[in-house]
Design a protein around this ligand. Sequence first.
Ligand code: FAD
Length: 469
Amino acid sequence: PPILYWMRRDLRLADNPALSAAIATGAPVIPVFVLDPETEAQGAAPLWRLGLSIAQIAKDLETKGSRLILRKGNALDALKTLAAETGAKTVMWNRLYDPVARTRDTDVKDGLRQAGLDASSHNGHLLFEPWTVETGKGSFYKVYTPYWKAVRDRDPGAALPEPSVIPAPEVWPSSELLASWDLGRAMGRGADVVSAHVTVGEAAARARLDAFIDGRVDRYNSARDMLAEDGTSRLSENLTYGEISTRTAYLAGRAALERGDTQAETFLKELVWREFAYHLVYHTPRITTENWRPEWDQFGWQTDGPQAESWRRAQTGLPVVDAGLREMYVTGYMHNRARMLVASYLTKHLLTHWKIGEAWFADCLIDWDPASNAMGWQWAAGSGPDASPYFRVFNPETQAEKFDPKGHYRRRWIAEQDPNPQPTALSYFEAIPESWNMNVRDGYPLRPLIDTSEGRVRALEAYTALKSG
Ligand code: FAD
């Protein structure tokens, strides 16, 4: 009987443990992607981008004599139905660690076993699975640096080769049409505007990694914080859909380090931040929805309202903040330094709950990742485990001077203040929905939503009130 290989965030052929294990059985393999309610509940941009990834892996599978079967519905039901149709007795997949996926996957595993089917899961998403890293006291890590020290000398193992052929069943089961899923339907912004900025699929991800390792990793430390520079790998978009394995990226970084590119170590550390995010999410799943530090429940957060809406629309009146938000709206990506700035501005200057920002990122980012996004927001707000100290309120103006000294990043994204606006900056106005009723000719907000130093003082007062109960 054939093996069902259930694909999720592992849309690649190389270094894919579940796929390799399925092939190793010698049985025909039926790759399947299920559009279940959990997957469909994702934000607009990641769901749209997922569709591009599915289309590409379907093509890649065909080059190996295989196919991708698409089914929609509850994952357990869809897999059981497909097993009944094909005579499959075993379902294999690569594990996920966020609470939504874990709840679903546990149900699927139990349900399959009750139906007399075998389920086997593998590690294809991480270097080091969350339960394999423990403190001396047998607990989990809450702070990054000791976590990094605990894993940096570990061997993540060798990457598995891309299979040369994937054994096919004699008869293929039916598949739904990807177009019928209409995964881009919630993209209020023109998907065509964002399309110009995506890099889809395994081959493109591999090329992106190679270009970074060969051309940029040797100056990563200094370039990665500069807003206008292309100083980072941009692999987050591919890692989140598993178009490349994190192990492939990590091993490439290690090889560069061994060759003498000392700054490659910082790249390894960043990949381990992603591991750490999954470590936290696994051990404290509430990090995705609740203040990691419960005392923050008493903090005087503002709720959603006109100020948060101005922030979402990138109309805060602070060019560096608005530039970051516009970059995200147009490209689905935002520079890491800008992510920190816009998150600090929302949670500290505007005293707005981090969950409002987390949700907006989850709707707009093509690299949306449930663990990294939650950790990033709680870090910025101060409510997380390894949080930035609350008294460290980023000053957007000094940050802009430091990380965008010539203003190139701001010019790239803000059209209104520019006599000769750049196409990128103008494209924001093509991307936004008509209902926002915003026009480049309306001009840029004359004043920021809140005065920078006034906002800082207000944030510190709110924090002092929290501390003193
Ligand atoms: P590089 O600098 O090339 O780093 C290589 C890889 O390391 C990244 O692709 C990513 O997988 C990992 N990495 C780097 N920095 C971090 C970090 N701080 N936390 C976790 N992993 C990291 N990253 C996401 O992938 N998805 C998100 O939804 C997300 N939301 C964020 C929200 C906030 C508020 C903040 C402050 C950060 C968030 N990040 C998120 C982390 C980080 O900004 C991005 O991973 C990074 O900008 C991606 O660009 P890159 O691939 O060029 O990174």
